[in-house]
Design a binder for this molecule. Sequence first.
Ligand code: ADP
Ligand code: ZN
Length: 618
Amino acid sequence: MADSLDAALRVLRETFGYETFRGEQGAIIQTLLTGDDALVLMPTGGGKSLCYQIPALLREGTGIVVSPLIALMQDQVDALRQLGVRAAFLNSTLDPRERSEVERRLSAGDLDLLYVAPERLLMEETLALLERSRLALFAIDEAHCVSQWGHDFRPEYRQLSVLHQRFPRVPRIALTATADARTREEIVGQLDLGKARRFISSFDRPNICYRISEGNNPRARLWEFLRREHPDDAGIVYCLSRRKVEETARWLCDRGREALPYHAGLPDEVRRRHQERFLREEGLIIVATIAFGMGIDKPDVRFVAHLNLPGSIEAWYQETGRAGRDGEPADAWTAYGLQDLVTRRQMVEGGEGSEEHKRIARQKLEAMLGLCEITTCRRQALLAHFGETRDAPCGNCDNCLEPPESWDATVAAQKALSCVYRTGQRFGVAYLVDVLLGKADERIARNGHDRISTFGIGGEHAPAEWRAIYRQLIARGLLAVDAEGYGTLRLTSAARPVLRGETPLQLRRLRKARPTRQEKARTTAGDLSGSEQALFESLRELRLQIAREQGVPPYVIFHDATLKAMASRRPDSLEALAGIHGIGQAKLERYGERFLAALQSAQPPDDNPALAEAHPTG
Ligand code: ADP
Ligand code: ZN
């Protein structure tokens, strides 16, 4: 056992350039090395790939990786080849000649890893080829695709139990980043993994800072956030509709950011090109509907912003999870307004589908709203939603960084609710606020609402405050939104005790429109000194140049963390370079000299070099 762990650590260091295993990686790898099956649940960015790549390198034969993400295979294989690993893929994008070359290499034992699309794998021809070859293991990636309940269901995944029947001696590992217990049991059942050892990690993503804010003009607030915190980082902005995607992308471009739209209404070719540019260029923003993201492997997405309220915590967690896969600080920034709440409620109530379906959608939206409105640590609440307990507040979410104030809103809520009642439960927020503020308005007069008891009783709050009050009353279920799409409000039974004065009501105070993050620059190079930043930028340029020469994304050459460590430690020999996070043997040989030259030609550090030596990063 100790021997196999030593061997695995050697590969981790020499091939991948990393020092230690993360979490359960070591134990998972050992399980496969001893020929047993494993089920691995790990969040995005947790380091799932190494769990099968290292055993595939150590065991005799080829590791077969089943993945539905055909578009990603080229990049995955490119990344492995950069490390000196013999990797290839088999899918429908290969022409017959390329395919037979890959097949030849497989039977000749000339491959460490082979990525295969499930439909290709299940063809009798492929299965027969595998039977003639030496196999190290099967890795079933994105294993939640077996689940009919998730949104990534792939029917072919249900047939993958054939692997166990036809190759009983080849160990299998199934991996997913989907947290819920029901999916987990489906994976075990469908893939015949009853005897597999289970490795279930925490779903916490500690490097992601969560912020959710409410109020007007989310777009202006997004701009503030980008300008202050991510002036030249890559990120994703999610919007609810195609139209809003297009508008927002154009708006960002007008302001000088490179932003590309991505949604299901665009031609395949355009989508493919935009995704490709996002992966290969630096600092690009993708503005997208949820159509974008499954299997986006880009490790240096520094922020994920939502300009609309997501429909469930699950979707929000998955989307925000695309930030910071490299483990460096990243932001999940969400903004929503009153209109979002109304739209989401209408989507649930007015949508098609069975009553049961609506009931589930309603519950999911309520849970998401709960997370938006809480005044305590968001991460604790998020993890609790996935069944994990965390004892202490996280210190890395808006509610921890700047605890929200709440106030006794009982009287205000009574006024707001009775205004809904007195006007006949037939109006939307804008009208109700006008009545509360006693506005001289023809429509109000025509309806006789300038003579009711709630006319003009709300002068103590500004219009924005009244909207915030209504929003929170809707979010807490005291008011319901009509399903027809007019945004009219009516009271629910939950409003009664508040109206009668039986229960007091605390609401969140509207946040001032200033950023909540501490005033510390947290751009990509934020933790480097001035001269280090300049050096980091020039290393980034060299990386981009090399990536272009080879037609691969820059992060396939080196991650930002590796460049940062180079910039702060300034290694002056190949040996010193080899000690840096993310530099294995193959990359050292390929790029070592060029990066050393760039480091040497840089200006000497402005701060004391002895100090720079004393605090290595990485
Ligand atoms: P997942 O598939 O779980 O989302 P990946 O396998 O892509 O995650 O790994 C996420 C990132 O973490 C990758 O950039 C990978 O190189 C890095 N990584 C994985 N394991 C380690 C480790 N033991 N030490 C340092 N970095 C690691
Ligand atoms: Zn927190």
